[in-house]
Design a binder for this molecule. Structure first.
Ligand code: ARG
Length: 654
């Protein structure tokens, strides 16, 4: 036989298929129930319950299999607890959350009340306490759960087994932070950053860049194949005037690379001429036609202009350590022709005052697929792009990260793509991850003092300056080597800018404030980076080397008897459930809130539990509480992995 992994994967796939089949069967049964409330009803209900039972068992064994296959991963305790169910309901809305207070256990579930309501609506009378008992009976096996209790009208308190959590932590230290098992390889396209050539990359693009990169990092960690696409605006009629202007300003552009220093100014000049000079305008239009028919000289001119922008964008990406593939609107030129044909052939195109439009039912606006002059639009290129991503890239998930102002655009594009049958939302996940606008500290649109738009490079430079001021204020320049100091400066500056963005719910507008983001108290990157170096320094001060720690992870049981040890242990153990949540809603601030909670929980622990005991007089280390050192290590490992996903660079010393 082949290797066990392949074998397992095959078995997993088989089981998954069976689950899918069973689900479909259940659906069918339910549908037929609706159609004919006949004597068959009871029979069907019985069969239904049986199938569901079987489905649950299969799901459980599926998870167990993936667990043993990838036993190195941390267990998502919450998810595991959610496997409990209430057999009388199809998809019991079981919500389980970590308890805020110890008297309510480690996790709690308050769903019995709402389930009772739902059952009542179905004509089944069952009180919440009864339901709670049933849920408890269905809780997964008990190496995980120490005890449960039903409190009040039907609250369930779940107490975890300390030895289980302790083992999980040791596992984490031995194997490193491993992603949860991914049953089959999936491909994700993330369309982000996407500035426009010859125009300024603005703060909106900065948000998209930061959020998109972090999403990619999450998917990459989880084992997805990720295609990071920069859908730059590099095609359109504006290139006509830019090329016409280029020809006038740098007549020998074909042989000598034109020194366009400031592309924005260049854009403005050409726009001015375009608006005021009829002759120029005419030529600009001719240039568009020649560019579209791919005349080499015009392609060359277009490339030159794109290159200037590219170099500018790259500076920003280098600072922020962002990698992505440029695949702009121009990439889809030929595919746009296909798209138009396909919509026409399927009779989905309408004529509207010379334009060709697609109007998916139920949508507020149509898409303009062909303009009256025969040209294509932003809509056309997005249709071509989604088609290419589904059929050529074979993406399972496609995410667009732009400001929420574009949500209608994407909504209609997605509706059109479904209308024409390119994808089924139940199979392919296509989502617009929108975000709010960036505001200045005056809560108005983000501008410089003089009212101009802020250039991104200036913003990053200012961040660098401010972070250096801060480090000097703390006299770090006296302790760190010049190299360490620059490292810290960059880590703090860019980390703070990213973190400030990521730590806010992306759907809201957010106020850009250097003072707030560089504050080393509160939920900021500055605070977290400091907290991290502090944890790292604990092992350094105790003079424990890596090998000793590794050995200890294998041999020393991590005790979780002290309240604060237990609190910290549970907090560390929540990492997988946090990632799962973000995978579902693409809201990264949950991870920020979590790391912040982890850092403060660690502080509580460190303040009340000695890790290293020293002689009061001599300061000499007299005792090392190794299991606590391991807790420090586990905390640091989770923090480091979180930083990694958030795109922050931790430093050993700062
Ligand atoms: N270039 C566009 C802008 O600056 C963003 C493109 C987003 N991606 C897309 N496939 N439409 O607003």
């Amino acid at each position: 036989m082949g290797d066990p992994v392949t074998e397992y994967t095959a078995r997993l796939q088989q089981q998954e298929q069976e689950i899918q089949r069973l689900s479909a069967e259940i659906k069918n049964l339910e549908n037929s129930q609706n159609l004919s409330p006949s004597p068959r009803l009871e029979e069907l209900q019985e069969e239904n319950a049986r199938l569901k039972y079987r489905l649950n068992i299969l799901k459980k064994s599926l998870q167990e299999d993936s667990l043993s296959q990838r036993g190195k991963a941390m267990l998502n305790i919450n998810q595991r607890l959610q496997e409990a169910s209430c057999p009388e309901l199809d998809n019991p809305p079981l919500s389980i959350a970590p308890s805020q207070q110890a008297k309510f256990g480690d996790y709690q579930c308050n769903s019995a009340m709402s389930m009772s309501q739902m059952l009542k609506a179905k004509g089944i009378k069952m009180n919440p306490r009864e339901i709670a008992e049933k849920i408890i009976k269905n809780l997964p096996d008990n190496e995980l759960v120490q005890k449960t209790e039903v409190a009040g009208p039907g609250f369930i308190n779940i107490y975890l087994q300390k030895t289980f959590v302790s083992k999980q932590l040791s596992n984490l230290l031995i194997n490193g932070v491993q992603p949860p098992p991914l049953p089959s390889k999936k491909k994700v396209v993330v369309d982000f950053s996407s500035p426009n050539i010859a125009k300024e990359m603005h703060v909106g693009h900065l948000r998209s860049t930061i959020i998109g990169d972090s999403m990619c990092r999450l998917f990459e960690f989880l084992g997805y194949e990720v295609l990071r696409l920069n859908h730059v605006g590099d095609w359109g009629t504006q290139f006509g005037m830019l090329i016409a202007h280029l020809q006038d300003m740098f007549p020998d552009y074909l042989t000598v690379s034109p020194p366009i220093g400031d592309l924005q100014a260049f854009y403005k000049e050409s726009k001015k001429r375009f608006d005021t000079d009829e002759e120029f305008k005419k030529r600009a239009y001719q240039c568009v036609v020649k560019l579209q028919s791919k005349e080499p000289e015009f392609i060359k001119a277009w490339n030159l202009i794109c290159d200037v922008s590219r170099t500018e964008f790259q500076k920003i990406y280098d600072c922020l350590d962002i990698e992505l593939i440029e695949r702009g609107e121009s990439y889809y030129q030929d595919l746009m022709v296909e798209v138009v044909k396909e919509f026409e052939k399927k009779g989905l195109m309408e004529l509207d005052e010379g334009r060709k439009v697609v109007f998916p039912p139920g949508q507020p606006i149509p898409l303009t697929v062909v303009k009256s002059d025969g040209g294509y639009t932003y809509d056309t290129s997005d249709l071509a792009a989604i088609r290419q991503r589904i059929f050529e890239e074979k993406a399972d998930i496609i995410i667009y990260v732009t400001d929420s102002g574009q949500s209608t655009h994407f909504q209609v594009v997605f509706a059109a793509a479904q209308l024409i049958g390119w994808y089924d939302p139940k199979v392919t996940r296509v989502e617009h991850a929108g975000f709010g606008v960036v505001l200045g500290e005056d809560k108005k649109k983000f501008k410089t003092r003089s009212g101009d738009t802020v250039r991104l490079m200036d913003l990053l430079d200012e961040g660098l300056k401010r972070s250096m001021d801060k480090l000097k204020e703390k006299e770090r320049d006296k302790v760190l080597t010049p190299e360490e100091l620059t490292k810290a400066q960059r880590a703090v500056a860019f980390g703070c800018i990213k973190y400030a963005d990521l730590s806010h719910n992306r759907n809201n507008d957010y106020v850009f404030s250097f003072d707030k983001m560089l504050d080393d108290r509160g939920n900021t990157a500055a605070y977290l980076l400091y907290a991290f170096t502090r944890i790292r320094s604990i092992t350094r001060l105790a003079k424990i080397d890596e090998a000793t720690l590794k050995k200890a992870a294998e041999t020393t049981e991590i005790l979780l008897d002290h309240d604060k040890e237990w609190k910290l242990g549970k907090c560390i153990q929540r990492f997988p459930e946090i990632l799962q949540k973000i995978l579902d809603d693409l809201l990264l601030h949950t991870l920020c809130d979590y790391v912040y909670e982890l850092a403060t929980t660690f502080t509580e622990f460190y303040d009340s539990c000695y890790c290293v005991e020293k002689d009061r007089q001599t300061g000499e280390v007299i005792k090392i509480n190794m299991w606590r050192m391991l807790l420090c290590e586990a905390t640091a490992a989770i923090m480091a992995k979180s930083f990694d996903i958030l795109g922050l660079t931790p430093v050993e010393r700062m």
